[in-house]
Design a protein around this ligand. Structure first.
Ligand code: SF4
Length: 146
């Protein structure tokens, strides 16, 4: 099965801090499935490293107050295109990210707090009927990939 995956979970150093968050369980899925890594923030044109960003009143702002909403939305469109071009119906996206997070994301106050909600890319993928889980929900992977 073709699966869209946040590139940082596969060891790509594309996070805002220039690091990755490799997840062995996600990487091992490559033995049975075809994984399509995407980093929506880089695909939207943002540099690495970059200042952290959060969703504030529906728009993505950097920690210095500058809007990067356009870049986030361009990156989401690019990730969606990768999914649609490859018949992808399942995505494993990094938790908490303002792009890739699903269910819980940072609260927009840059204080480490969290709130309910999806990142910009996850919200778009879901609009198009793509199932999105994060790296903490892999216990559901067998039933999602039958
Ligand atoms: Fe990882 Fe997504 Fe952030 Fe890129 S945008 S670093 S893939 S969480």
């Amino acid at each position: 099965m073709n699966i869209l995956v946040s590139a940082c979970l596969l060891g790509n150093n594309c996070r805002y801090d220039g690091k990755s968050v490799p997840c062995r369980q996600v990487m091992d899925l490559a033995q049975k499935h075809r994984l399509f890594p995407v980093c929506p923030e880089q695909m939207g044109g943002l540099p690495t490293p970059r200042l952290p960003s959060e969703i504030v009143n529906g728009k993505v702002l950097r920690s210095d107050g500058v809007s990067v909403d356009g870049e986030y939305r361009r990156g989401a469109e690019a990730a969606l295109k990768t999914a649609l071009d490859n018949g992808i119906t399942l995505a494993i996206m990094k938790s908490a990210s303002p792009s890739c997070g699903n269910g819980r994301i940072h609260n927009g106050r840059f204080d480490g707090g969290m709130t309910d909600g999806d990142g910009i890319t996850t919200a778009l993928l879901r609009e198009y009927g793509i199932t999105v889980i994060n790296e903490t929900e892999l216990n559901t992977i067998d039933e999602l990939t039958v």
